[in-house]
Design a binder for this molecule. Sequence first.
Ligand code: NAP
Length: 284
Amino acid sequence: MTSTVLITGASSGFGRATAQLFAAQGWNVIASMRNIANGDELASLSNVIVTRLDVQDTVSVEETINAGMARFGQIDVLINNAGFGLFGVFEGTSSAKIREQFDVNLFGAMEVTRQVLPHMRQRKSGVVINVSSGAGVFGLPMLSIYTSSKFALEGFSESLSYELASQGIVVKIVEPGGVISTGFGARSASEVAQVCAPADYNAFISHTAEVFEGLREQSLSTSEDVARVIFDAANDGTGRLRYLATHDIESMVRARRETEEESYMAMMRERFGPCACNGDGFNH
Ligand code: NAP
């Protein structure tokens, strides 16, 4: 029987590339998105249905699952991809924006997972793939809310993996670095306008912007590269938990996981100085 994948946030970026790849590989695809007008190209493929799903709207989650089950009879793989990155210093970020970030990146993924699980549990089979980020592995300034939502998603995924192993269901985490060709940067830029930072942060913000600009220049991967990692994770038949999806963050991830804490923090503080409180311009 042909396998079926349900993908959230399939209107653009990784979600759309992943839907296209699974469809090209002969899978049935439930390509869900907030605005189905963005799914015309996918909807033209015979083994794809495009459904409206906003991860903040539980009814739309239920309707998507019902539509997918009615059309394809089962859901073998769930890809929680929908997300965005709130950018800006914490002190200038409203509680409403913080909640929205967690509603989409964490609680949204939890809700879709919770509603798909009964179908997978019934068949004692399934794979849940959560799209995290390098920011789910290491902390970054200006991204404290995004980072904490992805750290939480990683903690959730790791913990859930033990529970679901008892039901024959595998949980995986895919960690991309910076991919500039998706809608992610534009959404973050629109979100930053809503963050109102005190002027005391100005020097820090412009220095950090330069560091990020340097990091962006290393972002050579594409959505298709990330889609390939997601596809391989869905198909490798292993219980492996984490998959790094782009080369640009390999050294950062290795440093975070393998460097002794004090040296790692010194390296990061050096990178993200200057600090207003030190005469030499750097944190220590
Ligand atoms: P993208 O092109 O902006 O795609 C994000 C998708 O999430 C869009 O389809 C968007 O839908 C959807 N989405 C946002 N809020 C939603 C909601 N409430 N309900 C349902 N869908 C919603 O960006 P991307 O780079 O492909 O991002 C995909 C995932 O990768 C995200 O989880 C992101 O955190 C992660 N990631 C991205 C990067 C990167 O550098 N690009 C790096 C690491 C991790 P709309 O079109 O309706 O807004």
